[in-house]
Design a protein around this ligand. Sequence first.
Ligand code: V47
Length: 375
Amino acid sequence: MSGLSMPLASYIQDSALLPLAEKIERGDRLSFEDGLLLYNSLDLTGIAAMAHSVRLARHGRRAYFVTSRRLSYTNICYTHCQFCAFQAHMDDPKGYVMSVEDVIRELDNPENHGVRELHMTAGHHPRLKIEYFESLFRTIKARFPDIHLKVFTMVEIDFYARNSGISAGEFLDRCIAAGLESCPGGGAEIFDPEVRKQICVGKKDADTWLRVAELCHTKGLPTNCTMLYGHIEEPRHRVDHLLRLRELQDRTGGFLAYIPLAYQNEDNELSRTHRILPTTGTQDLREIAVARLLLDNIDHIKAYWVMITPGLAQIGLSYGADDIDGTIVCEEIAHQAGAKTPPGLSRQEIIRLIRDAGFEAIERDNLYNTYPAEH
Ligand code: V47
């Protein structure tokens, strides 16, 4: 099962990790305590060997990417998350809402040629209701039938359903009928209520996020999942978060991919009120490896180059990740919070990153249908 040439134990220096290596070789599930060990051990290369062996067994040397476009239809948000630098209030001069025509005009731009995935998340705007989304999705699908619509965090679904005076179930049914095909994984942050109270007071709780994700899955709508790390949370909160995702996945199988999100610490209230240093390279790599080992039922783990840099995302492919997300074109949420990475990468740049890291670049759509990537 390991895919490495020697038994896993021979890559491990911290003897406390040996029982975990045995479990992994037997295909047994890791526990909460195992998760804590993975966060506390100094033997990062041993942890990487375990994560890479699981990655090789599942995906070989394949590394996925998507030609994608990121778009936020509004930045106006009535929920106030302390970590967010993107949000604007109704009367804020930087606030905007895109009309359906604005979105179409943007997608018509030649830089979006060949986009397979349109990933849209945004603020919680009090004036937007179901009719706006139905019209938006129908118009996009009529004009660009090949673009996959990946829209809404679980908290946006909850908010816009209530804002429209309908149930989340009806909201989803109507959006799916209009063209919604999957959902991104954002908005999960950290499930622990004590941490959540400090980083996103007023945001819907973990149960709401998980209940809406389950509802999506029961309707056949696949979603991704995330965790925001590197702020005030502790290892026990991260393990708890990951195991809650694993538990839901056991029941629904609806998560396509997990993405660890490294906290970007500029221009947001959380960084103004707490002294939080940027995440380090080893912290980012450990997050990928721990996810690969604990989330044994989620196929794809992303190394999200926007938040950890393209160079580290390359290395992440040997720490358990099998996907480096996509071309994106114009990322805003992380960049407004200080990300120093480019706003987007070309298809050729992504392919080069993957090949230079020693992996086979596989272009995919959001459902992991694959396409040859010749150049
Ligand atoms: O929902 C907000 C988080 C998310 C900050 O599903 C922040 O394929 C770090 O969800 N520092 C948006 N994170 C990004 C996201 C995502 C990214 C890549 C792939 C996928 C996918 C989803 O970013 C937000 C929030 O959870 N966020 N502010 C910040 N300062």
